[in-house]
Ligand binder design. Structure first.
Ligand SMILES: NC(=O)c1ccc[n+]([C@@H]2O[C@H](COP(=O)([O-])OP(=O)(O)OC[C@H]3O[C@@H](n4cnc5c(N)ncnc54)[C@H](O)[C@@H]3O)[C@@H](O)[C@H]2O)c1
Ligand SMILES: O=C(O)C(=O)C[C@]1(C(=O)O)C=C[C@@H](O)C=C1
Length: 380
């Protein structure tokens, strides 16, 4: 198959499929990336010319930012394609892309199956790609209207080496769901970072005191700006409606806090908390229901979104403990890229958050520290 766009997702897909025994050709707008993907062993055929290459492949995967996927589909309108060829993509939005593909490929004897792997990272580019990225992650497929069973089966067969969980879904349902669990959180994270950065002249403490809470919630604000610009523009109606909802909910909460003393005068809360009688009960249920749902989310599994290569280690809160741990890692040639005291418990223990350069350092650090008797765990 041919992979168009050899970045984080295209590169990871190429690596997984090559490992699974497929012959993979690759193309990219940046010629150096095609060469690099071959050097890394992710592809076996370099294809510098997209439009010329497409006629030689039965399966074509479009793995560029979403608005470029649209441009590529437009350029396939008049391209020579193999009879029965199947085109798929990896874009984070589906409805607009699938609708355009239905129109472009209608009555041409070639088929489109939209795709979206629910795994990734805030890091972009080929160097962050790896063959295990999609393992255990959901991978949504949205077949265009009229796609024969055989075309969908071919896409499933091609994607099998990713070891992802393939599910089919209506593209509008997909966009509504990911609009809430992926697109909105990226906007909220960016808004939060803006609120802090716009206060940077007021006090340096906004910068220095930012600890686990702020960093956990805003990691995804590091995402690629072009990718997120495209996603918001493609899923604009859905994201706008969620932003309006979040603003409404925030306003209600603000009003509640301002009028905490006269609570119960007909405030109208959305969702499960409607009708709560007093402010303490409201706030308690607000946090406890969120906490319960959050704790019930599946644990992060190997392969599925592990972009920070982080580990938590519990250490005694005594002088010299951090030095002992870092020396141990140094003796095993494991480089730390970041170290932070994440949480100090009320007793005499501290939690260190350790970050590593790559998955292999992370896994070795876990082993070395565990063998040395440390209590270590991966983030959930
Ligand atoms: N990053 C994630 O977490 C994630 C997860 C799932 C899906 N996606 C989707 O996957 C797609 C790719 O994202 P990514 O993170 O791999 O981005 P990326 O920036 O790492 O890679 C995109 C690649 O496409 C290439 N490209 C751009 N225009 C091109 C063109 N006209 N022809 C050929 N190549 C071109 C770029 O040079 C780059 O190498 C996007 O549609 C994104 O929405 C991203
Ligand atoms: O882990 C991250 O950094 C991601 O942002 C990955 C993430 C997500 O929102 O979960 C981002 C966009 C993709 O379309 C799918 C996955």
């Amino acid at each position: 198959m041919l992979i168009v766009g050899l970045g984080l997702i295209g590169g990871s897909l190429a690596a997984a499929l090559t490992r699974g025994g497929w012959e993979v050709g690759g193309t990219d707008a940046v010629p150096g990336r095609i060469r690099r993907a071959r050097e890394l062993g992710f592809i076996s055929r370099e294809e510098p010319d997209f439009l010329r290459a497409v006629s030689a492949y039965d399966v074509i995967v479009l793995a560029t930012p979403v608005r470029t996927i649209r441009t590529l589909l437009e350029s396939l309108r008049t391209a020579r394609l193999r009879p029965g060829a199947v085109i798929t993509d990896v874009g984070s939005t589906k409805a607009g892309i699938v609708r355009l593909a239905e129109e472009v490929f209608r009555d041409r004897g070639v088929y489109f199956v939209g795709g979206h792997p629910m795994a990734g990272s805030h890091k972009a580019g080929l160097e962050a790609a790896h063959a295990d990225l999609f393992e255990n992650a959901y991978y949504v497929l949205c077949p265009a209207a009229g796609t024969p069973e055989g075309a969908l089966a071919l896409v499933r067969e091609v994607l099998a080496p990713t070891r992802a969980k393939l599910v089919t879904m209506d593209p509008d349902v997909h966009d509504r769901v990911v609009g809430l669990i992926s697109h909105l959180p990226h906007v909220v994270a960016a808004i939060l970072v803006h609120m802090v950065l716009e206060r940077r002249n007021e006090s340096d403490w906004y910068y220095y005191l930012a600890a686990g809470g702020f960093k956990d919630l805003t990691r995804i604000a590091e995402g690629d700006p072009a990718m997120w610009r495209d996603i918001l523009l493609e899923n604009r109606e859905v994201v706008a409606a969620y932003l309006e909802e979040i603003a409404r909910r925030a306003e209600t909460l603000a009003r509640l806090l301002r009028n905490a003393d006269d609570f119960g005068q007909g405030e109208n809360f959305e969702g499960d908390l409607e009708g709560t009688a007093d402010v303490e009960e409201f706030l308690y249920r607000f946090f406890s229901e969120a906490s319960r749902y959050r704790r019930a989310l599946p644990e992060k599994r190997r392969g599925a979104i592990h972009p920070l290569f982080e580990l938590y280690a519990r250490i005694a809160d005594r002088p010299g403990e951090i030095g002992r741990l870092t020396t141990l890692l140094g003796e095993h040639g494991i480089n730390l890229t970041n170290l932070e005291i994440f949480e100090l418990r009320e007793d005499v223990w501290g939690i260190l958050r350790l970050a590593f350069r790559n998955e292999s350092d992370l896994l070795r650090a876990h082993e070395v520290l565990q063998e040395a008797g440390y209590d270590v765990e991966f983030p959930r």
